[in-house]
Ligand binder design. Sequence first.
Ligand code: NAD
Ligand code: AHE
Ligand code: ZN
Ligand code: ZN
Length: 374
Amino acid sequence: MSQDYIKSKAAIAWEAGKPLSIEEVDVMPPQKGEVLVRIVATGVCHTDAFTLSGDDPEGVFPAILGHEGGGIVEQVGEGVTGLELGDHVIPLYTPECGECKFCLSGKTNLCQKIRETQGKGLMPDGTTRFYKDGKPIYHYMGTSTFSEYTVLPEISLAKVNKEAPLEEVCLLGCGVTTGMGAVMNTAKVEEGATVAIFGLGGIGLSAVIGATMAKASRIIAIDINESKFDLAKKLGATDCINPKDYDKPIQEVIVELTEGGVDYSFECIGNVDVMRSALECCHKGWGESIIIGVAGAGQEISTRPFQLVTGRVWKGTAFGGVKGRSELPDYVERYMNGEFKLNDFITHTMKLEEINEAFELMHEGKSIRSVIHY
Ligand code: NAD
Ligand code: AHE
Ligand code: ZN
Ligand code: ZN
């Protein structure tokens, strides 16, 4: 622990299944290749709730969660060349080093340069920058945006337009980019295609935006919470379906509605049974199903192999396949140019002290995104 630390307000997850605790923590200065960022705002994503629940095999405690933030560079460590004091940044849980096998492949956004330590809640040197009463607190997804001050590797930060409101573009740090990117990068939905989107939270509704932008001819939005339907329709959904209204599997309903199945489907829930439905509602011969939802430890997907033999394709995507440092700044520009809106998604804003309410609203199905303002 360095003597040279600063104090920061943070929401600490002391253990799985317990509410977060708002406390002051000590944040160590950025080390070589690292950057200290003051988080201005952060969204709360279902993945934060997933890890807090204890279902995440990589969940370690005590930790500072949060991965959908926007902030301002406060201090740079030795050797940082691409960022300076005052730059506006979006933290990246999928970094982009530009030099690992994965980055060089040109085939994936899954940079693996720091993945191992990140998954253990540590900085690349194997230590943490957060302490409480002299005891280390783990990082989360390499971002820990539920702390007003957080430290990240330079490769985990996208520099974005200073004019962009961080209270809104923070949503591009996960949910909105993931949903839009899944449609545009991973599936590459083409004009006229038919699409089914399962789960209308921040991710699914962003997939609806992506499908509308791609000029899909039919966008079938599926949720068991009908309060999500109005916004889905506003964003371009052509049909809204509640599986509970039918006495047969939802995949059969969709296959009938679309004369054989959809061209593309997206699972935006994290439910392995729905993942099966999403695959099986795809058209024989070519339909592609993209898994976005994150499922708990020990859960597995299944289907008859015949589904794949007969041409359906199962894929997955992380952060919508978007390369954070080279591609995310352009998402911010497209937002600034009015290509899509973000404030439709921000159903609640609150202070860090109220963050547990954000989790409650999510579990009750009453929010799309709660955004914490520091
Ligand atoms: P959310 O809780 O806001 O939304 C989930 C939606 O699914 C809700 O509207 C809920 O009513 C609906 N739902 C639940 N069970 C359903 C069912 N059986 N059938 C139909 N609808 C159902 O969550 P979110 O923040 O939008 O995240 C969605 C999922 O995506 C989570 O699993 C999250 O962890 C994951 N995620 C993955 C990535 C990635 O990069 N792959 C990125 C962000 C989030
Ligand atoms: N830790 C979990 C996996 C969680 C997961 O899949 N995370 C997504 C991002 S969710 C954002 O809201 C992701 O990026 N995955 C790729 C990666 O490398 O983690 C587990 O099952 O162990
Ligand atoms: Zn997320
Ligand atoms: Zn890399």
